[in-house]
Write a protein that binds this ligand. Structure first.
Ligand code: SF4
Length: 505
């Protein structure tokens, strides 16, 4: 039984909450009374409340994020109804900015900002029978040199089965308006030797997959190089994930990136838009020449796996403009291009464009844009499906060569848009489409549009799919199946008896 329960709903079982572990690590003398319990967003809320109450808690701390705000709101409502004596403290980005867009009103306290120390202080005051009168606690930014790090609170089960998130710095020097990290401009670093020591302990415990949550890993090159050296001194296999800005790859960093073996390094490269005017609108730095040079380097001289991203719905950007960006980016890199839909995150300043660009967002998390004065609701819906099919067909890497038939004359956006519309007309869904069905749809579309002959397409698509050796070709691509389809077609007008008489079977 624990008097303080720290909980949240993660998006997937594989995810772990570094935030809860930070709070737990900094509970000082209260730590012995505390426990972390993590759920996933598809856990029944009633079951989650039941599990929490089994601990007979005095205080429940819960983390609210864009991916779980609805679940957290429901959890608070039920918990407060059945156990009103439990003190609920809500923190995380969704609780930090007012007005709340999800009803968290049953919560007794809200921690705005970094809860690492504020949560402990609030609990200590509650135990001292000196609870604050104000329900909203404005937490100061913590001094990272003074707080406990959370890494020893990853359990052996976490180490064996789940992602291990690590954080070498907080804040981002850039100001992109749609991003929450832009609010915390001063970058605060964790002292490097202290951090490397923690990485070594995790490594010794068997962690081989590290996800850095630092917003711009390559803004401080000396430190970035030291992290690279740490991993380069280790024996593969391992996997490291970093978020990077596309315009800061000095030669010392490049030399190191080149040394990483295949499948060991993943870089998330934020692009968002390639239009300087739009970029200016949202205060995002853009140096296209450098982006081009660096993507070219990463693609051709390293084995790093790259994700770049573009956003649909930015203030002032039409679909035509987005399409041009996609065509251009496609020509700059062979890597995955993630297509995101603009979201209005609590606390960001993107809402200053609402009136001038007619920006309308959903009131429900994740607060996707619904329309603006350049993109109608109907078109935005189409673009959401475009993004989903793009992920399934292009980013999945399952149709590496066959997908190129869609992009005749280098018109990637137009070509894929037509395909996306066609697929949706057939499926009326963007979910639960098996790989075989998707392959068949792509196959049929390419033939219908006469982008390739049947023989050529069968060969290209079979090669695409058989890149995974253990995979079975879908029936429609198997040679014997094609023959039997042809036979069936030829015989369609005859019954068995006639065929027997004619000696055909
Ligand atoms: S989008 Fe990236 S670069 Fe821009 S503020 Fe956010 S974290 Fe920083």
């Amino acid at each position: 039984m624990s008097q303080i329960v720290l909980c949240t709903f993660n998006a997937r079982y594989l995810h772990t909450s570094i935030g809860l572990r930070y709070i737990y690590a900094n509970l000082k003398e209260l730590q012995g009374r505390a426990k972390i319990i993590e759920f996933v967003i598809n856990t029944s809320i009633e079951d989650a409340v039941e599990q929490i109450l089994r601990e007979s808690p005095k205080i429940v701390g819960i983390g609210a994020y864009i991916w779980n705000a609805i679940e957290v709101g429901d959890f608070i409502k039920i918990l407060k109804k059945v156990a009103p004596e439990v003190v609920i403290i809500t923190g995380g980005p969704e609780a930090s900015y007012f007005p709340h867009r999800v009803d968290f009103s049953g919560s007794d306290y809200f921690i705005q900002g970094e809860g690492d120390v504020a949560f402990y202080e609030l609990c200590a005051n509650i135990y001292d029978k000196n609870p604050p009168k104000n329900r909203v606690i404005k937490a100061e930014m913590v001094d990272l040199s003074k707080i406990e790090l959370p890494y020893k609170y990853y359990s052996d089960e976490d180490v064996a089965n789940r992602y291990i998130y690590v954080e070498a710095s907080r804040g981002c020097p850039y100001s992109c308006e749609f991003c929450l990290s832009s609010l915390d401009k001063k970058v605060r670093n964790i002292e490097i030797q202290r951090f490397l020591k923690e990485l070594q302990i995790l490594w010794d415990r068997g962690v081989r997959s590290f996800k850095f949550i630092d917003r711009t890993f390559n803004q401080g090159i000396e430190r970035a190089n030291m992290f690279m050296d740490f991993f380069l001194s280790k024996k593969p296999p391992y996997f490291i994930h970093f978020e990077v800005v596309p315009d800061n790859f000095p030669s010392s960093l490049k030399e190191r990136i080149k040394l990483f073996p295949p499948a060991s390094l993943q870089l998330e490269v934020g692009i968002q838009t390639l239009d300087p005017k739009i970029s200016q609108n949202i205060y995002r730095k853009l140096n296209i020449e450098k982006i081009q040079r660096n993507l070219n380097f990463l693609d051709n001289e390293t084995k790093a796996h790259l994700h770049v991203d573009l956003i649909v719905g930015l203030p002032g950007e039409s679909l035509e403009g987005f399409g041009k960006n996609l065509d251009r980016l496609y020509n700059m890199t062979k890597c995955e291009i993630q297509i995101g839909i603009l979201k209005k995150l609590s606390g960001t300043t993107i809402d200053r464009h609402d009136e001038i660009f007619g920006m309308k967002y959903s009131d429900k998390p994740p607060y996707d844009i619904l329309q603006n004065n350049l993109i109608s609701y109907e078109m935005m819906q189409k673009m959401k499906r475009f993004a989903r099919f793009w992920d399934l067909v292009y980013n999945s890497g399952n149709f590496k060569k066959s997908v190129k038939y869609l992009f005749g004359d280098g018109r990637v956006y137009d070509g894929f848009f037509s395909f996306s519309e066609w697929v949706y007309a057939k499926t009326l869904s963007t979910w639960q489409i098996s790989l075989d069905r998707l392959a068949k749809l792509l196959y049929e579309y390419i033939l219908e549009m006469e982008y390739a002959s049947k023989e050529e397409l069968r060969e290209v698509m079979s090669k695409d799919l058989l890149v995974i050796k253990t995979r079975k070709l879908p029936k429609f691509l198997r040679f014997d199946e094609q023959e039997s389809i042809e036979k069936r077609k030829n015989h369609i007008h005859f019954n068995k008896r006639q065929l027997k008489h004619s000696g055909q079977i």
